[in-house]
Ligand binder design. Structure first.
Ligand SMILES: Cc1cc2nc3c(=O)[nH]c(=O)nc-3n(C[C@H](O)[C@H](O)[C@H](O)COP(=O)(O)OP(=O)(O)OC[C@H]3O[C@@H](n4cnc5c(N)ncnc54)[C@H](O)[C@@H]3O)c2cc1C
Length: 307
């Protein structure tokens, strides 16, 4: 147990703020406050945040775009570090590679590649995550995944302050995860290999098609985290949930989406507890009916307990 003799304080001008609401920083739009929060704009700010956390012995949680997170109504203790201002983009035309900061959105990167007439990111345009979160989660859609196009990720190890470049074999990738998950190491930027030489209008049209297909098949306009459960291959979580008769099932303000059964929506001022309890309910129902225990893809942060 860490005993703190003095409550942590921050210097004037520090990027660290106390008691910041996290609900607005997640796609579910739920969750309590972070005890401390910072969104560093530079690597120096980032180092300062980690040093501060180390000095005051407070735990650190890393947040990307918050599109795969369920944060407890009781919030997070310690320091939450958001990457949304790490937005540098560098285009290497000679090698058809793009390097993007952790806080760049997948959509921005996909459109950047499309305008250049470079193929390889069309599938990712509808993923509402950041580069950092997507590298960590090995985000994927339509048969493609981040690991297919990643050249290297730049990773900061807070314990040592060391910055290292990791290539795909270093990252322990598998379906929607990597060995960076839960490691407390922070992806600061990542470089992707694209295929050049296409007509930009064609790549733009294909990118738009991916987005339209998503809007037609997923409840995009309501707060969610996308797919709640990993697919228990070869089965599909959505099919198992739908066949269990759970579409439209509600707990409080949370609802299993009619349009896509693997989505849970914050339909009407849901709390994180409503969503957590609905996830638990769906898991139990599917288990009893199909003998398959669904594993959540969504990352749950902070204290939760089943009703
Ligand atoms: C409508 C909707 C549709 C979606 N569709 C898809 C889809 O088709 N395919 C898919 O794969 N996902 C999908 N998702 C889920 C989500 O967008 C992806 O998992 C995304 O890659 C998460 O990125 P993020 O920046 O939001 O990460 P967050 O949700 O903020 O974080 C996810 C995890 O990554 C860690 N993390 C975040 N940034 C960093 C960093 N820089 N360094 C180290 N760790 C970090 C966090 O600590 C957390 O453990 C969807 C979500 C929504 C809301």
């Amino acid at each position: 147990m860490v005993i703190q003799l003095h409550a942590p304080t921050v210097k004037p001008g520090s990027p660290i703020q106390a008691n910041v609401s996290l609900a607005r920083l997640t796609s579910f739009r739920v969750g309590g406050p972070a005890e401390w929060y910072a969104a560093p704009k530079t690597l120096d700010d980032l180092h300062e945040c980690f040093e501060w956390a180390d000095t005051h012995s407070v735990p650190v949680t890393l947040l990307g775009a918050g599109s795969n997170l369920l944060i407890s109504d009781r919030g997070l203790s310690g320091l939450a570090i958001g990457t949304r201002y790490l937005r540098r983009i560098h285009v290497d035309r000679e090698n058809a590679q793009i390097t993007a900061g952790a806080g760049v959105s997948m959509a921005a990167l996909a459109w950047k590649a499309a305008y250049l007439g470079w193929s390889g990111l069309e599938w990712s345009v509808g993923i509402p995550g950041s580069i950092g979160g997507s590298v960590v989660m090995n985000a994927g859609a339509h048969g493609s995944e981040i690991q297919d196009i990643l050249v290297q990720a730049t990773v900061l190890s807070p314990q040592t302050g060391e910055i290292s470049r990791r290539v795909v074999p270093d990252l322990g990738y598998s379906y929607r995860t990597s060995n960076l998950q839960g490691s407390h190491q922070l992806v600061t930027e990542a470089t992707f290999q694209l295929q050049p030489g296409y007509d930009s209008a064609v790549i733009q049209a294909q990118t738009r098609e991916h987005l339209e297909r998503r809007h037609a098949t997923q409840p995009y306009h309501l707060p969610s985290c996308g797919s709640v459960f990993r697919n228990p291959e070869p089965q599909k979580a959505a099919w198992l949930i739908e066949q269990s008769g759970l579409k439209g099932r509600r707990i409080g303000g949370a609802e299993v989406a009619q349009m896509h059964a693997n989505f849970i929506l914050n339909r009407d001022n849901a709390t994180a507890a409503d969503i957590f309890n609905l996830i638990d309910y769906v898991r139990n129902e599917v288990y009893h009916r199909w003998d398959v225990l669904l594993e959540p893809e969504v990352r749950m942060l902070g204290p939760f307990c089943a009703a």
